[in-house]
Design a protein around this ligand. Structure first.
Ligand code: PMP
Length: 416
């Protein structure tokens, strides 16, 4: 109890004020107040993001980059402002290094198709880890199969940490890319990406960091990290769905060719030959997700107004608080027990399927995720069919965690 109380007090900020920014938190689910603990899947949106999208449609809806008229110029201005804000949000040197995508998955596919595939030959290797999301496995598997290349998988320990020595041993002259998640969506493990990048640089191997679970929860600085590529999704950083960011070093933006053709990316077109514009627009064929970029810019503003360090501290406090309460549930096995974690807790129980737990928790108004979390190889490693996962966002409270554990106790009684 001592620990719980002290972790509650370690960090205090006005979470009630934050909660007022999120209209959905007012709603009820199954006649209970919504307790949303599925933030690793997607987060709720603050009013400022909803307003930014609605203002775009109310005030200056128009296509970007092609019009001389006022509305088009306003829309283009806001769209490009979003690119500048994205660069600042992750510490990129310039907006010229920011490509708007549909999300993390889309960004990884772009790097696989446009950067790695043309450089990949028979027998070459792609290094991944055991804890990758399917989005950071399948795009590589697709090009590996096409080019007769091989995936090499770095192992993890029982506590869900990357085994660095083994990772290092996998690197060879055949390695063409290392693609690693910054934070595991299933376990919350924060990988030592600086170390990974340092090893990669010594061997002149490019690195892609899957930032889907780091960008929303911690201050990221791609320039000092010195990764080649960093990808994340708008909907996990309090922005809209259907928009994401691919950061690529400018030299890569210049050297890569687009893998999707269409309007907006060209300099000249004849039936014989097309030349492309320079910079990130080369990879944004067709009318882009304008409302998405504008909503995302508002999300960056929102996160900055709270402060990424504050967000990390708050979620770390919630993580410690919840972890200490799990000690009252010895029958629960936590998947991912390393010290260095973000606000995600996955757990499994023998003979109780996570779907049953999730379905019953929903009756209490609690949203958690159940299943394999798009990490089937990781589930196989831990020999579980799936887990129940609670994951925290900026608006979660210790009271919600108390409520969760009260409900969990009742649910486990019902199921045993
Ligand atoms: N990687 C990780 C680590 C994730 O958590 C997710 C989303 N769960 C993705 C990739 C894929 O993101 P999206 O579906 O937004 O493309």
């Amino acid at each position: 109890m001592q620990n719980i109380e002290s972790s509650k007090k370690v960090f205090e900020f006005d979470v009630e004020k934050i909660r007022n920014d999120f209209p959905i938190l007012e709603r009820e689910v199954n006649n209970k107040k919504l307790v949303y603990l599925d933030n690793a899947a997607t987060v709720q949106k603050p009013q400022a993001v909803i307003d930014a999208i609605s203002n775009y449609y109310k005030l200056y809806n128009s296509n970007v980059h092609r019009g001389v008229h006022t509305l088009s110029q306003e829309a283009s201005h806001h769209y490009e402002q979003a690119r500048i804000k994205a660069a600042a949000f992750i510490g990129a040197k310039s907006a010229q290094e920011i490509i708007f995508t549909k999300g993390t998955t889309d960004g990884i596919n772009l790097v696989a198709q446009s950067f790695v595939k043309p450089r990949l030959q028979k027998g070459n290797e792609i290094v991944l880890t055991m804890m990758e999301h399917h989005s950071n496995i399948i795009p590589w598997q697709m090009i590996a199969q096409e080019k007769d290349a091989v995936l090499k998988i770095a192992p993890i320990s029982e506590s869900g940490e990357l085994v660095m020595d083994e990772f290092e041993k996998l690197i060879s002259k055949q390695t063409k890319i290392i693609a690693v998640t910054h934070v595991s969506n299933t376990m919350g493990t924060i990988n030592n990406v600086s170390k990974i990048i340092e090893i990669a640089k010594q061997n002149s191997i490019p690195v892609l960091i899957d930032g889907a679970q780091s960008a929303p929860h911690m201050q990221v600085d791609v320039a000092s990290m010195d990764c080649d590529f960093y990808v994340f999704s708008g909907h996990k950083v309090y922005g809209p769905t259907g928009i994401g960011v691919l950061y690529a070093k400018e030299e890569h933006i210049n050297s890569m060719q687009p893998y999707q053709g269409g309007g907006g990316i060209i300099s000249t077109v004849t039936f014989n030959k097309t030349t492309y514009v320079q910079g990130p627009l080369k990879f944004e064929a067709g009318t882009p997700n304008i409302e998405g970029a504008i909503g995302l810019a508002a999300a960056f503003d929102y996160c900055n107004s709270v402060g990424m360090e504050t967000i990390f501290e708050h979620e770390t406090m919630l993580l410690k608080y919840a972890n200490s309460q799990f000690k009252n549930f010895p029958q629960v096995k936590i998947i991912g027990t390393t010290e260095h974690k973000a606000g995600v807790i996955s757990f499994a129980l023998e003979n109780i399927h996570p779907f049953d737990i999730g379905t019953l928790l929903d009756k209490f108004g609690i949203a958690v995720r159940t299943g394999h979390h798009c990490t089937q190889p990781l589930m196989n490693f831990f020999n579980v069919p799936g887990t129940t996962r609670m994951s925290f966002g900026i608006y979660n409270t210790t009271q919600e965690i108390d409520y969760f554990f009260g409900a969990l106790e009742k649910v486990l009684r019902m199921l045993s």
